[in-house]
Design a protein around this ligand. Sequence first.
Ligand code: SF4
Ligand code: SF4
Length: 427
Amino acid sequence: MNRIEIKEDNVSINRIEERCINCGMCKKTCESINNIGNDCVNCGQCIMTCPTGALTPKYNYKEVLNYIKDTNKTVVVFVAPAVRVAIGDSFGYKPGEFLEGKLVSALKDIGFNYVFDTTFGADLTIMEEAQELLERIKNKNTPMFTSCCPSWVLYMYKYHLNDISKLSTCKSPIAMQAAMIKTYFAQNYDIDSENIISVSLTPCVSKKSERELYPDTDIVITSSELILMIKELGIDFNALEDKEFDKLLGKGSGGGLIFGASGGVMESVLRTAYYMLNKIKAPQEFYQLESIRGDNEFKETIVDMKQFKLKIASLSKIKTVIENYDKLKDYDFIEIMSCPGGCIGGGGQPLVAIKDLENIRKERIKSLYIGDKQQKIKESYLNPEIIDAYNFCINKGKVNLHTNHNILAKNFTNNDKKSIMNEGGKK
Ligand code: SF4
Ligand code: SF4
């Protein structure tokens, strides 16, 4: 077959048959990113290079608009880091322009009741993953793989089920944030969680299928769906004034922000792990780990944690994983993202000219790191909203983060296999 197959029940990707000219570009893209034959892992890279717009995310934004009209519902949106450096592509801004304030403003104009930042969820992931990394090192249970990219997790289930325990037991930032919205936020604002609709705004189509594992997220919409909402509602994006995220789960650290770039998860986790281990701030090099930054497909280095050295690697594209899988056992900590450059290059980002894709991804990466640099707080453990959340949930025992609701942790087991195997599962 000249083109990739998109199954009817794929919850991430859609093909509009009338637009398909059978050019084969989607197949070429899939081979260069994943190279696992007809096996779809939902990354949606094919959407980015289809020349006719025949491939799109599976749209869910109309459901969101219906919930916003329902006055019985509290509709809460939370925004992934990579959206703010990409959305400007559709409104005439230069590639990578950091448009956080306008983005918040647009979401408030659309009618969301609360607008939060998924960098808060990323900070929770950092806190949990840093602890887990240190424990695994103590117990000689490495390598530990990151678990925040659902396409990578799906690939592991399909091809390396025996190594599934190597995945960090941390839920993804989105899943942590959604679980905190249904508990911590609901309790603080005295809202019945049944009436909360949690909407995750992401650069990622694969997150639509991740809902199978983490049902606290009610709806996932992509950057490209947000653009449709803005245009359909007639909002003049360029004229919007900057607004700030709402408080409570509103803001993350610089470390949370760089989650959108390949290597960013690892860099942020190491900043916090160093502090947890040595009780002092990590040295300056942990704030500019150049060897694991950028859009190279395989990046590696050794970091000095003071009490021991860590061999780390950051990979993007499943094809890179396949080519290097055997040697990964020699590393301590490995970050894997399916999309080129990480989530800034996700399949739900706005469509841009195919020839410009690579350069645009570079600009988005640069912009996130500048954002981190400009942020006063660059470490998750110093984020006051994170401190408050742990204080409320752990110290005051209001919400038990690890047992009651499995808010932050997820033990990946063979039992999950069935629910996530059918390329996005049921809707
Ligand atoms: S890239 Fe688009 S137009 Fe070309 S074969 Fe694939 S779906 Fe059809
Ligand atoms: S790299 Fe990011 S955008 Fe791409 S599939 Fe993974 S989580 Fe989604």
